[in-house]
Design a protein around this ligand. Sequence first.
Ligand code: ADP
Ligand code: MG
Length: 463
Amino acid sequence: TEDAAWLSPGDAAEIRRSLTSQFAEEFGHGPSGVWFAPGRANLNGEHVDFHGGRCLPMALAHGTYVAAAPRTDGMLYLRTLEPTLDAGVQQVCISEVTSGPDADVHTITDDQPCGWTKYVGGTLWALRALGEEIDELAVDESFGADLLITSTLPIGGGLSSSAALECSAMLAFVAMATPLGRANPGAALDAALTDELRARLAAACVRAEVEMVGAGTGGLDQTVSLRGRAAHLLSLDCRDFTVDRIPASGLLADHRFVAVDTGQAHWLGDGQFDDRRADSEAAMRLLEVERLRDLLPDRPGTADVSAVLRRFDERAGAGETLPSPVDGAPARDRAACRRRLRHALTEMVRSEELHGFLSDDELDAESTAMLVGNLMTAGHASMRDEAEVSFPAANTVVETAVEKGAPGARLIGGGFGGSALLLCRADDVATITGAVASACAEAGHRTPRFLEITPSDPAHVIA
Ligand code: ADP
Ligand code: MG
Protein backbone atom coordinates (compact mmCIF):
# COMPACT_ATOMS: atom_id res chain seq x y z
CA THR A 1 0.00 0.00 0.00
CA GLU A 2 0.94 3.65 -0.47
CA ASP A 3 2.35 5.84 2.28
CA ALA A 4 -0.30 8.37 3.18
CA ALA A 5 0.68 12.07 3.02
CA TRP A 6 -0.33 13.94 6.17
CA LEU A 7 -1.08 17.65 6.53
CA SER A 8 0.21 18.94 9.85
CA PRO A 9 -1.62 21.63 11.83
CA GLY A 10 1.83 23.19 12.37
CA ASP A 11 3.20 24.80 15.49
CA ALA A 12 1.34 28.00 16.38
CA ALA A 13 4.37 29.75 17.93
CA GLU A 14 6.48 28.92 14.90
CA ILE A 15 3.81 30.13 12.46
CA ARG A 16 3.42 33.33 14.47
CA ARG A 17 7.18 34.00 14.27
CA SER A 18 7.44 33.46 10.54
CA LEU A 19 4.21 35.34 9.74
CA THR A 20 5.40 38.27 11.87
CA SER A 21 8.71 38.56 10.06
CA GLN A 22 7.11 38.20 6.62
CA PHE A 23 4.58 40.87 7.61
CA ALA A 24 7.40 43.31 8.47
CA GLU A 25 9.07 42.58 5.13
CA GLU A 26 5.84 43.12 3.20
CA PHE A 27 4.48 46.20 4.98
CA GLY A 28 7.59 47.82 6.43
CA HIS A 29 6.29 47.70 10.02
CA GLY A 30 5.43 44.96 12.50
CA PRO A 31 1.89 43.58 13.03
CA SER A 32 -0.02 44.39 16.23
CA GLY A 33 -0.82 40.73 16.67
CA VAL A 34 -1.61 37.34 15.15
CA TRP A 35 -5.08 35.78 15.31
CA PHE A 36 -6.17 32.24 14.53
CA ALA A 37 -9.45 30.57 13.62
CA PRO A 38 -9.94 26.82 13.05
CA GLY A 39 -11.56 24.85 10.27
CA ARG A 40 -14.18 22.24 11.11
CA ALA A 41 -15.25 18.67 10.54
CA ASN A 42 -18.83 17.51 10.90
CA LEU A 43 -19.97 14.07 12.04
CA ASN A 44 -23.44 14.70 10.72
CA GLY A 45 -25.69 17.52 9.65
CA GLU A 46 -24.65 18.41 6.09
CA HIS A 47 -26.97 20.62 4.05
CA VAL A 48 -29.28 21.06 7.06
CA ASP A 49 -27.92 24.11 8.89
CA PHE A 50 -29.94 26.49 6.73
CA HIS A 51 -32.98 24.29 7.32
CA GLY A 52 -32.67 24.59 11.11
CA GLY A 53 -31.39 21.02 11.59
CA ARG A 54 -28.91 19.78 14.19
CA CYS A 55 -25.20 19.40 13.39
CA LEU A 56 -22.47 17.47 15.25
CA PRO A 57 -19.25 19.28 14.39
CA MET A 58 -15.88 19.96 16.00
CA ALA A 59 -13.22 22.64 15.56
CA LEU A 60 -9.89 21.47 14.13
CA ALA A 61 -6.29 22.14 15.14
CA HIS A 62 -5.80 23.18 11.50
CA GLY A 63 -6.88 26.69 10.62
CA THR A 64 -6.06 30.14 9.35
CA TYR A 65 -3.65 32.69 10.82
CA VAL A 66 -3.87 36.43 10.25
CA ALA A 67 -1.15 38.93 11.15
CA ALA A 68 -2.52 42.45 11.11
CA ALA A 69 -1.85 46.10 11.89
CA PRO A 70 -4.40 48.94 11.84
CA ARG A 71 -4.49 51.82 9.30
CA THR A 72 -6.38 55.08 9.54
CA ASP A 73 -7.46 55.56 5.91
CA GLY A 74 -10.38 53.10 5.75
CA MET A 75 -8.45 50.82 3.40
CA LEU A 76 -7.60 47.13 3.60
CA TYR A 77 -4.28 45.94 2.20
CA LEU A 78 -4.49 42.15 2.03
CA ARG A 79 -2.06 39.47 1.07
CA THR A 80 -2.52 35.70 1.30
CA LEU A 81 0.43 33.32 1.35
CA GLU A 82 -1.78 30.58 -0.08
CA PRO A 83 0.31 29.72 -3.17
CA THR A 84 -2.63 29.19 -5.53
CA LEU A 85 -4.19 32.56 -4.66
CA ASP A 86 -1.21 34.78 -3.89
CA ALA A 87 -0.98 37.71 -6.29
CA GLY A 88 0.76 40.16 -3.98
CA VAL A 89 -0.99 42.80 -1.89
CA GLN A 90 -4.63 43.41 -2.79
CA GLN A 91 -6.23 46.75 -2.07
CA VAL A 92 -9.83 46.87 -0.89
CA CYS A 93 -11.92 49.96 -0.27
CA ILE A 94 -15.08 49.44 1.72
CA SER A 95 -17.70 51.91 0.58
CA GLU A 96 -21.41 52.28 0.62
CA VAL A 97 -22.48 52.43 -2.97
CA THR A 98 -26.23 52.11 -3.33
CA SER A 99 -29.39 51.69 -1.35
CA GLY A 100 -31.71 49.00 -2.64
CA PRO A 101 -35.50 49.03 -2.36
CA ASP A 102 -35.60 46.74 0.69
CA ALA A 103 -32.33 47.26 2.49
CA ASP A 104 -29.02 48.98 2.18
CA VAL A 105 -26.84 47.34 -0.39
CA HIS A 106 -23.16 47.74 0.34
CA THR A 107 -20.56 46.94 -2.22
CA ILE A 108 -16.88 46.37 -1.86
CA THR A 109 -14.93 47.86 -4.70
CA ASP A 110 -11.69 46.11 -5.41
CA ASP A 111 -9.73 45.13 -8.46
CA GLN A 112 -10.69 41.46 -8.10
CA PRO A 113 -14.44 41.57 -7.63
CA CYS A 114 -14.95 37.81 -7.27
CA GLY A 115 -11.76 37.06 -5.45
CA TRP A 116 -10.99 35.86 -1.96
CA THR A 117 -10.66 39.43 -0.70
CA LYS A 118 -14.44 39.61 -0.49
CA TYR A 119 -14.40 37.20 2.44
CA VAL A 120 -12.18 39.62 4.37
CA GLY A 121 -13.73 42.86 3.18
CA GLY A 122 -17.18 41.38 3.80
CA THR A 123 -16.18 40.51 7.34
CA LEU A 124 -15.22 44.09 8.12
CA TRP A 125 -18.41 45.33 6.45
CA ALA A 126 -20.49 42.95 8.60
CA LEU A 127 -18.64 43.92 11.79
CA ARG A 128 -19.33 47.58 11.05
CA ALA A 129 -23.05 46.76 10.82
CA LEU A 130 -22.94 44.74 14.06
CA GLY A 131 -21.09 47.56 15.81
CA GLU A 132 -24.09 49.79 15.14
CA GLU A 133 -26.10 47.49 17.42
CA ILE A 134 -23.50 46.61 20.05
CA ASP A 135 -21.56 49.56 21.46
CA GLU A 136 -18.51 47.59 22.54
CA LEU A 137 -18.11 46.35 18.95
CA ALA A 138 -18.46 49.78 17.32
CA VAL A 139 -15.83 50.15 14.58
CA ASP A 140 -13.86 53.39 14.29
CA GLU A 141 -14.95 55.40 11.25
CA SER A 142 -11.53 55.60 9.60
CA PHE A 143 -10.44 52.06 10.50
CA GLY A 144 -8.50 50.10 7.92
CA ALA A 145 -5.80 47.44 8.17
CA ASP A 146 -2.85 45.61 6.66
CA LEU A 147 -3.30 41.82 6.78
CA LEU A 148 -1.06 38.89 5.97
CA ILE A 149 -2.83 35.51 5.85
CA THR A 150 -1.68 31.91 5.93
CA SER A 151 -3.55 28.65 6.48
CA THR A 152 -2.81 25.06 7.45
CA LEU A 153 -6.13 23.94 5.93
CA PRO A 154 -6.73 22.71 2.40
CA ILE A 155 -8.40 25.60 0.55
CA GLY A 156 -11.78 24.66 -0.89
CA GLY A 157 -11.37 21.24 0.72
CA GLY A 158 -14.65 21.03 2.61
CA LEU A 159 -12.98 21.74 5.97
CA SER A 160 -14.17 25.31 5.94
CA SER A 161 -11.16 27.42 5.07
CA SER A 162 -13.64 30.15 4.14
CA ALA A 163 -15.06 30.42 7.67
CA ALA A 164 -11.56 30.16 9.14
CA LEU A 165 -10.56 33.13 6.99
CA GLU A 166 -13.62 35.16 8.01
CA CYS A 167 -13.34 34.32 11.70
CA SER A 168 -9.58 34.95 12.01
CA ALA A 169 -9.98 38.29 10.23
CA MET A 170 -12.99 39.03 12.45
CA LEU A 171 -10.92 38.56 15.61
CA ALA A 172 -8.19 40.79 14.21
CA PHE A 173 -10.73 43.52 13.42
CA VAL A 174 -12.43 43.25 16.82
CA ALA A 175 -9.03 43.43 18.54
CA MET A 176 -7.83 46.47 16.58
CA ALA A 177 -10.94 48.50 15.82
CA THR A 178 -13.41 48.21 18.70
CA PRO A 179 -13.75 49.38 22.33
CA LEU A 180 -13.88 45.72 23.41
CA GLY A 181 -10.55 45.04 21.70
CA ARG A 182 -8.87 48.11 23.17
CA ALA A 183 -10.10 47.29 26.69
CA ASN A 184 -8.79 43.71 26.38
CA PRO A 185 -5.38 43.83 24.73
CA GLY A 186 -3.56 40.70 23.61
CA ALA A 187 -4.80 37.35 24.85
CA ALA A 188 -7.28 39.06 27.22
CA LEU A 189 -9.63 39.26 24.24
CA ASP A 190 -10.24 35.49 24.31
CA ALA A 191 -11.95 35.63 27.70
CA ALA A 192 -13.71 38.93 26.94
CA LEU A 193 -15.43 37.32 23.98
CA THR A 194 -18.34 35.59 25.70
CA ASP A 195 -20.22 32.81 23.98
CA GLU A 196 -23.01 35.30 23.34
CA LEU A 197 -20.68 37.78 21.62
CA ARG A 198 -19.06 34.94 19.67
CA ALA A 199 -22.51 33.92 18.43
CA ARG A 200 -23.13 37.49 17.20
CA LEU A 201 -19.72 37.58 15.49
CA ALA A 202 -20.43 34.21 13.84
CA ALA A 203 -23.69 35.58 12.47
CA ALA A 204 -21.78 38.58 11.08
CA CYS A 205 -19.30 36.24 9.36
CA VAL A 206 -22.26 34.40 7.81
CA ARG A 207 -23.50 37.72 6.44
CA ALA A 208 -20.08 38.30 4.86
CA GLU A 209 -20.17 34.95 3.08
CA VAL A 210 -23.84 35.04 2.07
CA GLU A 211 -24.26 38.70 1.18
CA MET A 212 -20.79 39.62 -0.06
CA VAL A 213 -19.41 36.40 -1.51
CA GLY A 214 -22.79 35.03 -2.50
CA ALA A 215 -22.22 31.52 -1.13
CA GLY A 216 -25.09 29.59 0.43
CA THR A 217 -23.59 28.96 3.86
CA GLY A 218 -26.00 28.38 6.74
CA GLY A 219 -23.93 29.21 9.84
CA LEU A 220 -22.52 25.83 10.85
CA ASP A 221 -18.93 26.64 9.82
CA GLN A 222 -18.70 30.05 11.45
CA THR A 223 -20.33 28.81 14.66
CA VAL A 224 -17.82 25.99 15.07
CA SER A 225 -14.86 28.22 14.26
CA LEU A 226 -15.84 30.77 16.91
CA ARG A 227 -17.61 28.56 19.49
CA GLY A 228 -15.95 25.11 19.32
CA ARG A 229 -14.22 23.62 22.34
CA ALA A 230 -11.06 21.51 22.72
CA ALA A 231 -11.78 17.81 23.38
CA HIS A 232 -15.50 18.32 22.72
CA LEU A 233 -17.99 17.78 19.95
CA LEU A 234 -20.58 20.47 19.48
CA SER A 235 -24.21 19.61 19.18
CA LEU A 236 -25.52 22.63 17.38
CA ASP A 237 -29.25 23.26 17.07
CA CYS A 238 -29.47 25.46 13.99
CA ARG A 239 -33.02 26.56 14.84
CA ASP A 240 -31.57 29.08 17.28
CA PHE A 241 -27.83 28.28 17.25
CA THR A 242 -27.81 26.97 20.80
CA VAL A 243 -24.83 24.74 21.43
CA ASP A 244 -24.31 21.71 23.68
CA ARG A 245 -20.71 20.64 24.19
CA ILE A 246 -20.23 16.88 24.50
CA PRO A 247 -16.90 15.45 25.76
CA ALA A 248 -15.15 13.43 23.05
CA SER A 249 -12.66 11.72 25.37
CA GLY A 250 -14.63 8.47 25.65
CA LEU A 251 -15.11 8.09 21.91
CA LEU A 252 -11.51 9.07 21.16
CA ALA A 253 -9.86 6.87 23.81
CA ASP A 254 -9.29 4.08 21.27
CA HIS A 255 -10.50 5.75 18.08
CA ARG A 256 -9.32 8.59 15.87
CA PHE A 257 -10.98 10.91 13.40
CA VAL A 258 -9.10 11.32 10.13
CA ALA A 259 -10.07 13.75 7.39
CA VAL A 260 -9.17 12.87 3.81
CA ASP A 261 -8.80 15.83 1.48
CA THR A 262 -9.53 14.33 -1.93
CA GLY A 263 -7.67 17.17 -3.63
CA GLN A 264 -10.74 17.91 -5.69
CA ALA A 265 -11.51 21.50 -4.74
CA HIS A 266 -15.11 22.57 -4.69
CA TRP A 267 -16.51 25.98 -5.28
CA LEU A 268 -19.75 26.77 -3.50
CA GLY A 269 -20.24 29.83 -5.65
CA ASP A 270 -20.63 27.88 -8.88
CA GLY A 271 -24.32 27.13 -8.64
CA GLN A 272 -24.59 23.41 -7.91
CA PHE A 273 -24.99 23.98 -4.20
CA ASP A 274 -27.65 26.62 -4.89
CA ASP A 275 -29.33 24.23 -7.30
CA ARG A 276 -29.70 21.57 -4.57
CA ARG A 277 -30.95 24.20 -2.22
CA ALA A 278 -33.56 25.37 -4.72
CA ASP A 279 -34.90 21.79 -4.85
CA SER A 280 -35.39 21.70 -1.11
CA GLU A 281 -36.91 25.16 -1.17
CA ALA A 282 -39.44 23.97 -3.72
CA ALA A 283 -40.34 21.19 -1.28
CA MET A 284 -40.63 23.75 1.53
CA ARG A 285 -42.98 25.80 -0.58
CA LEU A 286 -45.12 22.77 -1.31
CA LEU A 287 -45.25 21.84 2.37
CA GLU A 288 -45.74 25.45 3.45
CA VAL A 289 -42.91 25.75 5.94
CA GLU A 290 -40.13 28.29 6.39
CA ARG A 291 -37.62 25.65 7.48
CA LEU A 292 -37.62 21.90 6.89
CA ARG A 293 -36.84 21.34 10.56
CA ASP A 294 -40.30 22.65 11.41
CA LEU A 295 -41.84 19.62 9.68
CA LEU A 296 -40.48 17.36 12.44
CA PRO A 297 -41.34 17.19 16.13
CA ASP A 298 -38.85 18.05 18.87
CA ARG A 299 -37.39 14.54 19.09
CA PRO A 300 -37.87 13.25 15.57
CA GLY A 301 -37.59 9.61 14.44
CA THR A 302 -37.87 7.75 11.14
CA ALA A 303 -41.67 7.44 11.39
CA ASP A 304 -41.88 11.24 11.35
CA VAL A 305 -39.85 11.31 8.14
CA SER A 306 -42.23 8.83 6.48
CA ALA A 307 -45.21 10.93 7.52
CA VAL A 308 -43.73 14.06 5.94
CA LEU A 309 -42.88 12.17 2.73
CA ARG A 310 -46.48 10.92 2.51
CA ARG A 311 -47.69 14.48 2.84
CA PHE A 312 -45.25 15.53 0.11
CA ASP A 313 -46.61 12.81 -2.21
CA GLU A 314 -50.22 13.80 -1.55
CA ARG A 315 -49.59 17.47 -2.20
CA ALA A 316 -47.30 17.00 -5.20
CA GLY A 317 -49.99 14.98 -7.00
CA ALA A 318 -49.14 13.19 -10.21
CA GLY A 319 -47.14 15.90 -12.01
CA GLU A 320 -43.45 15.51 -12.80
CA THR A 321 -42.46 18.95 -11.59
CA LEU A 322 -42.92 21.35 -8.70
CA PRO A 323 -43.13 25.11 -9.07
CA SER A 324 -39.77 26.84 -8.55
CA PRO A 325 -39.23 28.55 -5.19
CA VAL A 326 -38.42 31.66 -7.22
CA ASP A 327 -41.39 33.08 -9.10
CA GLY A 328 -40.87 32.95 -12.84
CA ALA A 329 -37.96 30.45 -12.69
CA PRO A 330 -38.25 27.04 -14.38
CA ALA A 331 -40.10 24.28 -12.51
CA ARG A 332 -38.06 21.75 -10.51
CA ASP A 333 -37.99 18.01 -10.99
CA ARG A 334 -40.41 16.52 -8.50
CA ALA A 335 -38.47 13.32 -7.75
CA ALA A 336 -35.27 15.31 -7.19
CA CYS A 337 -37.06 17.63 -4.76
CA ARG A 338 -38.31 14.59 -2.86
CA ARG A 339 -34.76 13.19 -2.61
CA ARG A 340 -33.40 16.50 -1.26
CA LEU A 341 -36.25 16.56 1.24
CA ARG A 342 -35.55 12.98 2.29
CA HIS A 343 -31.84 13.71 2.73
CA ALA A 344 -32.50 16.75 4.91
CA LEU A 345 -35.06 14.96 7.09
CA THR A 346 -33.09 11.73 7.59
CA GLU A 347 -29.93 13.77 8.23
CA MET A 348 -31.81 15.65 10.96
CA VAL A 349 -32.94 12.37 12.50
CA ARG A 350 -29.38 10.97 12.37
CA SER A 351 -28.14 14.07 14.21
CA GLU A 352 -30.70 13.55 16.98
CA GLU A 353 -29.69 9.89 17.27
CA LEU A 354 -26.00 10.82 17.36
CA HIS A 355 -26.63 13.40 20.03
CA GLY A 356 -28.34 10.67 22.05
CA PHE A 357 -25.55 8.10 21.61
CA LEU A 358 -22.78 10.58 22.35
CA SER A 359 -24.41 11.78 25.55
CA ASP A 360 -25.37 8.29 26.78
CA ASP A 361 -23.18 7.42 29.77
CA GLU A 362 -24.44 3.82 29.78
CA LEU A 363 -22.74 3.04 26.46
CA ASP A 364 -19.13 1.81 26.48
CA ALA A 365 -16.68 3.50 24.10
CA GLU A 366 -16.59 0.61 21.61
CA SER A 367 -20.39 0.54 21.25
CA THR A 368 -20.53 4.31 20.91
CA ALA A 369 -17.94 4.15 18.11
CA MET A 370 -19.91 1.47 16.26
CA LEU A 371 -23.21 3.35 16.56
CA VAL A 372 -21.64 6.68 15.61
CA GLY A 373 -19.76 5.06 12.72
CA ASN A 374 -22.88 3.43 11.29
CA LEU A 375 -24.69 6.76 11.29
CA MET A 376 -21.73 8.46 9.58
CA THR A 377 -21.74 5.88 6.78
CA ALA A 378 -25.51 6.14 6.45
CA GLY A 379 -25.03 9.90 6.15
CA HIS A 380 -22.64 9.32 3.27
CA ALA A 381 -25.14 7.13 1.42
CA SER A 382 -27.73 9.85 1.84
CA MET A 383 -25.38 12.55 0.50
CA ARG A 384 -24.54 10.28 -2.44
CA ASP A 385 -28.02 9.04 -3.36
CA GLU A 386 -30.46 11.67 -2.06
CA ALA A 387 -28.66 14.99 -1.78
CA GLU A 388 -26.58 13.88 -4.78
CA VAL A 389 -23.56 15.96 -3.84
CA SER A 390 -20.94 13.20 -3.68
CA PHE A 391 -18.32 12.45 -6.36
CA PRO A 392 -16.20 9.46 -7.39
CA ALA A 393 -13.09 10.16 -5.26
CA ALA A 394 -15.17 10.59 -2.08
CA ASN A 395 -17.04 7.35 -2.79
CA THR A 396 -13.74 5.52 -3.30
CA VAL A 397 -12.39 6.87 0.01
CA VAL A 398 -15.51 5.93 1.96
CA GLU A 399 -15.92 2.48 0.42
CA THR A 400 -12.25 1.62 0.94
CA ALA A 401 -12.19 2.84 4.55
CA VAL A 402 -15.32 0.87 5.48
CA GLU A 403 -14.04 -2.22 3.67
CA LYS A 404 -10.81 -1.99 5.69
CA GLY A 405 -12.72 -1.90 8.95
CA ALA A 406 -13.35 1.78 9.70
CA PRO A 407 -16.48 1.94 11.92
CA GLY A 408 -17.68 4.94 9.88
CA ALA A 409 -16.83 7.16 6.92
CA ARG A 410 -18.59 9.92 5.03
CA LEU A 411 -18.27 12.92 2.78
CA ILE A 412 -18.38 16.19 4.74
CA GLY A 413 -18.90 19.82 3.70
CA GLY A 414 -21.00 21.08 0.84
CA GLY A 415 -19.96 18.31 -1.55
CA PHE A 416 -19.00 18.33 -5.27
CA GLY A 417 -15.42 18.05 -4.04
CA GLY A 418 -13.76 18.38 -0.66
CA SER A 419 -13.07 15.92 2.13
CA ALA A 420 -14.29 12.75 3.76
CA LEU A 421 -14.21 12.08 7.49
CA LEU A 422 -13.22 8.63 8.78
CA LEU A 423 -13.65 7.15 12.24
CA CYS A 424 -10.92 4.52 12.73
CA ARG A 425 -9.60 2.42 15.57
CA ALA A 426 -6.30 4.07 16.57
CA ASP A 427 -4.44 0.86 15.69
CA ASP A 428 -5.95 0.77 12.18
CA VAL A 429 -5.19 4.35 11.10
CA ALA A 430 -2.02 3.50 9.17
CA THR A 431 -3.58 0.49 7.38
CA ILE A 432 -6.77 2.31 6.46
CA THR A 433 -5.13 5.53 5.25
CA GLY A 434 -2.59 3.49 3.26
CA ALA A 435 -5.38 1.50 1.62
CA VAL A 436 -7.30 4.70 0.84
CA ALA A 437 -4.22 6.25 -0.78
CA SER A 438 -3.70 3.10 -2.89
CA ALA A 439 -7.34 2.88 -3.93
CA CYS A 440 -7.32 6.52 -5.05
CA ALA A 441 -4.14 5.94 -7.08
CA GLU A 442 -5.60 2.83 -8.68
CA ALA A 443 -8.83 4.58 -9.60
CA GLY A 444 -6.90 7.48 -11.12
CA HIS A 445 -8.11 10.05 -8.57
CA ARG A 446 -5.90 12.84 -7.28
CA THR A 447 -3.47 11.99 -4.48
CA PRO A 448 -5.38 12.45 -1.23
CA ARG A 449 -3.95 14.18 1.82
CA PHE A 450 -4.78 13.19 5.37
CA LEU A 451 -5.37 15.28 8.49
CA GLU A 452 -5.64 13.93 12.00
CA ILE A 453 -8.70 15.60 13.46
CA THR A 454 -8.56 16.48 17.14
CA PRO A 455 -11.44 18.54 18.55
CA SER A 456 -9.68 21.85 19.28
CA ASP A 457 -10.04 25.38 20.65
CA PRO A 458 -12.15 27.99 18.86
CA ALA A 459 -10.78 31.18 17.30
CA HIS A 460 -8.22 32.84 19.57
CA VAL A 461 -5.32 35.22 19.88
CA ILE A 462 -1.88 33.71 19.20
CA ALA A 463 -0.02 35.37 22.06
P1 ADP B 1 -13.87 25.55 2.11
O1 ADP B 1 -14.46 26.54 3.04
O2 ADP B 1 -14.48 24.21 2.25
O3 ADP B 1 -12.38 25.46 2.19
P2 ADP B 1 -14.98 27.36 0.18
O4 ADP B 1 -15.20 27.26 -1.28
O5 ADP B 1 -16.12 27.65 1.05
O6 ADP B 1 -14.21 26.02 0.63
O7 ADP B 1 -13.90 28.48 0.46
C1 ADP B 1 -12.70 28.52 -0.26
C2 ADP B 1 -12.41 29.95 -0.67
O8 ADP B 1 -12.14 30.76 0.51
C3 ADP B 1 -11.15 30.11 -1.52
O9 ADP B 1 -11.45 29.91 -2.89
C4 ADP B 1 -10.75 31.53 -1.22
O10 ADP B 1 -11.53 32.43 -1.97
C5 ADP B 1 -11.13 31.70 0.24
N1 ADP B 1 -9.99 31.37 1.13
C6 ADP B 1 -9.97 30.40 2.07
N2 ADP B 1 -8.78 30.37 2.72
C7 ADP B 1 -8.02 31.34 2.16
C8 ADP B 1 -6.68 31.82 2.38
N3 ADP B 1 -5.87 31.27 3.31
N4 ADP B 1 -6.25 32.84 1.62
C9 ADP B 1 -7.06 33.40 0.70
N5 ADP B 1 -8.31 32.98 0.45
C10 ADP B 1 -8.80 31.98 1.16
MG1 MG C 1 -16.47 27.20 3.03
